[in-house]
Design a protein around this ligand. Structure first.
Ligand SMILES: [Zn+2]
Length: 371
């Protein structure tokens, strides 16, 4: 609260920015203000902002805009709400690294980044993709950050307890997490080789209570195996995207610091399902969430690694290569951080500029400035 507020290294981007009137006009002056009702309901001197870090390839501009917004929102929480902010990034080392298909059954097996590379190389990847940017953003905003891998997080007793609690509500919960089928795969990797069935076709919950769940599953090479999931952190637990986020959000609510989840606006529809899932637990409420602008290709589709890989990104010719792959930024990490800081400060200057998406062309125009 009393730490000095670092100033922008450069003036804001001067290009004229025009955004439509938004739904929250007249209600929200700054996008971080959505946290205020939570703080009034549950007074806290500290706020923890949670954001994700993808490690399955170099980040694109959309990812880095979300992360920069997390730093700036944290600083605004400090300045506007008078709380001490911390920024906690979760590195998704559960992303699939390798895939195999059983020639007999057609079942897809995957091996995670964690199982393929191990913790030391995961740490290297996080440093390579994000270390320079995050350190420079800390220098610009005064907001400290930490990075924790999914593997470390899922091992904690609290994560396991929340997972076991979700099994306790399973009959209702599985239909909110998968409204079309009610099928929510839980994956436990083979203890011999670390591979797992991607959709858990042959994974079976044998029995569960509040202290333990026992699963049986099938490995392509090692056949049937059984694994216990307990709060003591044995084994490794793979959850589907929404289930994993539900467990993480309920876990975050246990912290003394008030949790604020920062996600790209493409998450809004998924978070509606998470809100429904929270209703399955008595006296449970979802954390405050702030959605950040998505970066779009010319077609209006969000920039994404899979879209670019499949060649469907439909990028306009004025999109510089570093917008798709941040490791191709031609300057220093500090210069990249300063540019993002200016760009996202402009987006945060009014909620109407924050509650919308930006094409890569529009961002190129904003960066170039008038004339
Ligand atoms: Zn195996």
């Amino acid at each position: 609260m009393s730490s000095p507020v670092p100033h922008d290294p450069e003036p804001p981007i001067p290009a004229a920015l025009v955004s439509p009137v938004n739904v929250t006009a007249g209600a929200v002056e700054h996008s971080v203000d959505v946290v205020r009702p939570r703080l009034r309901a549950r007074p806290s001197r500290r706020v923890a902002l949670y954001a994700g870090v993808q490690i399955n390839g170099a980040p694109h501009l959309g990812t880095d805009v979300m992360q920069t917004a997390a730093f700036l929102l944290a600083r605004s929480a400090r300045d506007r709400l008078g709380v001490r902010p911390a920024l906690r990034f979760g590195a998704l080392d559960n992303a699939p690294h390798d895939t195999r298909v059983c020639p007999r059954t057609g079942t897809t097996y995957t091996r995670s980044y964690h199982h393929a590379l191990g913790p030391a190389r995961i740490e290297e990847l996080v440093k390579r993709f994000y270390g320079g940017l995050f350190d420079a953003l800390t220098a610009l905003t005064g907001v400290p950050y930490t990075v924790e891998t999914y593997t470390r997080q899922q091992r904690t007793p609290a994560f396991r307890e929340e997972f076991l609690a979700s099994l306790g509500q399973w009959e209702r919960l599985r239909w909110t997490l998968a409204p079309s089928s009610g099928q929510v795969p839980v994956s436990v990797p083979c203890p011999e080789c670390g591979w797992l069935q991607k959709s858990g076709e042959h994974t079976e919950l044998l029995d569960a209570d509040g202290r333990r769940a026992r699963f049986a599953a099938l490995c392509l090479d090692h056949g049937r195996y059984e694994t216990d999931v307990r709060p003591d952190g044995q084994g490794w637990l793979g959850l589907s995207t929404l289930h994993r986020n539900l467990v993480k959000e309920r876990l975050a609510d246990r912290d003394e610091a008030l949790p604020v989840v920062v996600k790209g606006a493409d998450w809004a529809a998924g978070c509606r399902l998470l809100d429904e899932a929270f209703l399955c637990f008595p006296d449970s409420r979802p954390p405050a969430r702030v959605f950040t602008p998505v970066v779009l290709s010319a077609s209006g589709a969000k920039l994404s690694k899979s879209l670019m890989r499949e060649g469907g990104a439909a990028l306009s010719p004025d999109t510089p290569p570093w917008m798709l792959d941040a490791t191709r930024w031609p300057g220093t990490p500090e210069g990249y951080a300063a540019l993002l800081h200016r760009l996202v400060s402009l987006m945060l200057s009014e909620p109407r500029h924050f509650e919308r998406g930006y094409t890569t062309s529009e961002i190129a125009r904003l960066i170039a400035g008038p004339g």
